[in-house]
Design a protein around this ligand. Structure first.
Ligand code: HPA
Ligand code: ZN
Length: 338
C-alpha cells in the first residue's frame, strides 16, 4: 500500500451521500432472494456484476430498482444496513447520513414502518459494534408525482423524530426541483432538513432551483454547477456542501475518465466538496475506493484529502460541538501521519 492509500485508509471521515439500497451486494441479493423465495433474472453473482454497465443514470436506476425487489422484511433492511456499516467502519467512516427510497418499497406493498424499523435496527447495531453514528434521509423519487411525495411524507409522520432530512433522487432530467417545492416546504415546516440531487445530469438551473426553491441545506452531486460561474461564486460564498461521488460519476458517464474529474477544480474554487460512494455495490467501491480513485486521477495530496474529510464533518447534520470534535480527530490524524 502506498503512503497515500494508507493515509486514506485511516483518515476519519463522514459519508453524506449513499443510498442504502445501493449497497446491496450481489451476494446479498442472492441470499435474500433465496430467504424470501423471490425469483431474480440472474444465474450467478458474476452475471449480476456483468450487468453493471451503464451509459447514463437511467440505465443504472432500472437495474437498481429491480435489485431492491429482494428486500421484503424488517430483517432484510436491518441486514442490508448492518452490512453497509461494516464496510463503512473498515473505511474509517465514523458518521454516516444515509438515504433510503421508501417509495421503491411501499409501491411493492412493503410497509413504511418495516423499512424504517429495519434500517434503525441496523444503525443501532453499527453504533454498538463500531461506534458509528448515523442519520436517515428520506428521499422522494422525482419521477413520481408531487401527490405521491406528499403521501410518503404523511406515512413518515410517526417516524419523524428519527428522520433527519428529506432528499430528492431518481431520474433527474425532466423532473426539476421546483416540481417538489410544496413538499419540501411542508417537510421544512415539520422541522426536517432538506437535501436534493441536482446537477448530476441536469443543468445548472436545477442547482439554482434546489437552492432558491427547495432551500436545501446541502446539495448532492452538483457537478454541472461548474458550467455557471455565478453559481460557483454563490456556492463558494455560502459554503454550500456538495456531496461529490467520483466512481458514480465515472460509471454513469458524468465524466469520461477519472483523469477528467473536476474534484480538484472544485476545491480550487473554494467549494465545500466532499467525497462519497453513492451506490457502492453498483459503482465499484465504498468511500475509500472513491478517495483513492480521485486522488490517483487528479493527483490529490494529503492536504487536499484532509480538507475533503474535514468538509465531510462540516457538511454533516451533527451539532457544532460534534463537528469540532471530529475535525480535531482529523487534525490529530494528519499531524500523526507526518
Ligand atoms: N442519482 C439519482 N438517483 C439515484 C442515484 C443517483 O446517483 N443513486 C440512487 N438513486
Ligand atoms: Zn445519489
Amino acid at each position: 500500500m502506498t503512503d497515500l492509500n494508507a493515509f486514506i485508509s485511516g483518515l476519519p471521515k463522514a459519508e453524506l451521500h449513499m443510498h442504502i439500497e445501493g449497497s446491496l451486494e450481489p451476494e446479498m441479493m442472492f441470499a435474500l432472494a433465496e430467504r424470501n423465495g423471490v425469483a431474480i433474472p440472474f444465474a450467478s453473482v458474476e452475471e449480476v456484476r456483468g450487468a453493471y454497465q451503464f451509459s447514463r443514470l437511467q440505465d443504472f436506476l432500472d437495474i437498481y430498482y429491480a435489485g431492491a425487489d429482494v428486500l421484503r422484511t424488517e430483517a432484510d433492511f436491518r441486514d442490508l444496513a448492518a452490512a453497509y456499516f461494516d464496510r463503512a467502519a473498515a473505511d474509517s467512516v465514523v458518521h454516516a447520513e444515509i438515504f433510503f427510497d421508501p417509495q421503491t418499497h411501499t409501491a411493492r406493498g412493503i410497509g413504511f414502518g418495516t423499512v424504517v424499523a429495519g434500517l434503525l435496527a441496523g444503525m443501532e447495531d453499527a453504533r454498538a459494534r463500531h461506534g458509528i453514528t448515523a442519520r436517515l434521509i428520506l428521499c422522494f423519487l422525482r419521477h413520481l408525482s408531487e401527490a405521491e411525495a406528499f403521501a410518503t411524507l404523511a406515512e413518515a409522520e410517526p417516524w419523524l423524530d428519527r428522520i433527519e432530512a428529506v432528499g430528492l433522487d431518481s431520474s433527474e432530467l425532466g423532473h426539476p426541483p421546483e416540481k417538489f417545492a410544496r413538499v419540501f416546504a411542508a417537510a421544512a415546516a415539520k422541522g426536517l432538513k432538506r437535501v436534493a440531487h441536482a446537477g448530476e445530469e441536469g443543468p445548472a438551473d436545477y442547482v439554482w432551483q434546489a437552492l432558491d426553491v427547495l432551500e436545501v441545506d446541502r446539495l448532492d452531486h452538483g457537478n454541472r454547477s461548474l458550467e455557471d460561474p455565478a453559481l460557483v461564486e454563490r456556492l463558494a460564498r455560502e459554503q454550500m456542501t456538495l456531496t461529490v461521488c467520483p466512481l458514480s460519476n465515472l460509471k454513469l458517464c458524468v465524466v469520461p475518465s477519472m483523469d477528467d474529474h473536476p474534484i480538484d477544480h472544485m476545491l480550487a474554487e473554494g467549494l465545500r466538496v466532499t467525497i462519497n460512494s453513492d451506490d457502492p455495490a453498483y459503482f465499484g467501491g465504498y468511500v475509500n475506493a472513491n478517495y483513492r480513485a480521485a486522488a490517483e486521477g487528479r493527483r490529490l495530496g494529503a492536504e487536499q484529502l484532509a480538507t475533503l474529510a474535514r468538509n465531510s464533518f462540516l457538511g454533516s447534520f451533527l451539532s457544532e460541538e460534534e463537528k469540532r470534535a471530529h475535525i480535531a480527530r482529523v487534525d490529530a490524524y494528519v499531524a500523526g501521519f507526518r
